[in-house]
Design a protein around this ligand. Structure first.
Ligand code: ADP
Ligand code: MG
Ligand code: ZN
Length: 480
């Protein structure tokens, strides 16, 4: 279709799940009053030196391992020098020369085909503070606020090789990265809260060539969907520039979610950060035994769990992939399965109703009120015939919103299904009496006429009759 191939490399920043910051004891809790979680170290006051938080190293190594990286046994920190109000020291402590993790990969699934995306490196660094522009964006503001609560929070930056070739592949890579880090307990990986941020480096080149084209770096995407859309837009834009005989300018561009376009933010022709070793902190030396201990604490990862759902519970691979894409969903599934041992039915309700409602309301599973036990109880009511599948969906929605017990909802809403044969028998007799033509049709061999009669019984009971029972009773009566 196009004569150009897109080339994308992602830089993902992930906040590590520690109680305290990278080099000081300040809390990392999200959402507190601005500038209440600060101290001389993370404010960069002269004369203050921090001490490395050991937990950060542990989580970074864990992250490296679940990204299939090699782990550096002798690494250190460097200073990346630049001036900006969110960086009070005038330099960012990062790992420029020796990242703690390197040469990794993630396997993604594109239309049922496996594809490996190599990871160049994953290194530890400190987060700068957060600028809040009074007018929403820097261009429309007279002044800005700085919140240093974020200053000094521990991050890992995960850099991929330029081996991603579409927005879709970028989305799949991010989903896999997020799931692996979430399962490992390394980070909350919440894009909305900023604990996962992604910049996309995008270039295009003529199909069949291997040299890299000039790239732009896209920022400001606040969902995986936005990353995908931004890449797709930017690829098209660059192709148009080249087709017009112009050249792509190396620059940083911002994604405008409302307009669905990228806009030039600043030119960036190889900034010089004047990096040098941070001599105030000692190097990090790790023994193979310590790394092995960390490895031992890694739980079952998404791919293994997906395989287990297929092999042990007979789920289709597609279902297993959806359910294991988030730890919360996978745990929900396992818990429900303990109470109601029919994997496929549970999967249908998770993939159907649960995900439908979560997406429609843009919610996380943790915010929904329905519990795995609740779902299991609901499925039992349906199985017993107390309510129909259709009523079940109605009850499910109430459980989702209010978390009540399904039996109670059925009672309150007067939903319960009529399976009582005595009660149904009277209604069926009336329907038979009122519809002699359909009865005659049925008796003369048009067996589908029973469908109409079942419909009439359903109508008479306002949908509360158990259609299976009605069908069987009708056939029995008509056969006499
Ligand atoms: P920078 O110094 O600008 O940060 P790096 O070489 O460190 O650039 O690469 C940063 C990210 O950009 C990596 O993910 C890399 O794969 C990607 N990248 C580098 N060159 C290109 C290119 N020409 N097109 C697309 N992505 C690229
Ligand atoms: Mg970069
Ligand atoms: Zn501090």
């Amino acid at each position: 279709m196009s004569n150009y191939e897109a080339v994308i490399g992602l830089e993902v920043h992930v906040e590590l799940k520690t109680h305290t910051k990278l080099f000081c004891g300040c809390s990392t809790e999200f959402g507190k009053e601005p500038n209440t979680q600060v101290c001389p170290v993370c404010l960069g006051l002269p004369g203050s030196t921090g001490v490395l938080n050991k937990k950060v190293v542990e989580l970074a190594v864990k992250a490296g391992l679940v990204l299939n990286c090699k782990i550096g046994t002798y690494t250190w920190f460097d200073r990346k020098n630049y001036y900006y109000p969110d960086l009070p020291k005038g330099f960012q402590i990062s790992q420029v020369f020796r990242p703690i993790a390197y040469k990794g990969y993630l396997d993604i699934d594109i239309n049922g085909q496996n594809k490996r995306i190599n990871i160049t490196r994953a290194h530890i660094e400190e987060d700068p503070g957060k600028l809040i522009h009074s007018g929403g964006s820097i261009m429309t503001s007279h002044y800005s606020y700085v919140d240093y609560n974020r200053s000094g929070m521990p991050l890992i930056e995960i850099v991929s090789e330029p081996e991603i070739h579409s927005g879709e592949e970028a989305g799949a890579y991010l989903e896999k990265l997020k799931a692996n880090l979430e399962y490992a307990g390394v980070s909350d990986v919440k894009m909305e809260q900023g604990s996962l941020r992604c910049d996309a480096n995008v270039s295009v080149r003529p199909v069949g060539t291997t040299a890299l084209g000039t790239k732009t770096e896209i920022k400001n995407m606040n969902s995986f969907r936005a990353v995908q859309r931004a890449i797709e837009y930017e690829v098209e834009r660059q192709i148009e520039v080249l087709e017009d005989g112009d050249r792509v300018i190396q620059e940083t561009r911002g994604w405008d979610e409302n307009r669905g376009i990228t806009l030039s933010m600043r030119n960036k022709e190889n900034p010089d950060y004047r990096c040098f070793i941070e001599h105030e902190l000692p190097p990090i030396e790790l023994t193979p035994e310590w790394i092995a201990d960390v490895k031992g604490t890694i739980p079952e990862l998404p791919d293994a769990r997906r395989k287990r759902l297929v092999e042990e519970h007979g789920l289709p691979d597609y279902d297993a992939g959806v359910i294991t894409s988030s730890l919360a969903l996978a745990e929900f599934f396992d818990a429900a399965l303990k109470k109601y041992p029919d994997a496929k039915t549970i999967s249908n309700w998770i993939m159907g109703e649960l995900l439908r409602l979560l997406n429609a309301r843009n919610m996380e599973l943790s915010e929904a009120k329905i519990t795995p036990d609740g779902l299991a109880a609901l499925l039992e009511l349906i199985e017993k015939g107390s309510i129909s599948n259709k009523m079940g969906k109605e009850v499910f929605e109430v459980m989702f919103e209010e978390g009540k017990d399904p039996g109670q909802i059925v009672k309150e809403k007067g939903l319960s299904q009529i399976s009582d044969e005595g009660q149904l028998s009277r209604i069926i007799d009336e329907v038979i009496a009122k519809n002699p033509k359909s009865v005659a049709d049925f008796q003369s061999g048009k067996k589908q006429a029973v469908g109409f009669l079942v419909g009439q019984v359903m109508k008479a009971t306002k949908g509360q009759a158990n259609p299976g029972v009605v069908n069987a009773m009708l056939r029995e009566k008509l056969a006499q």
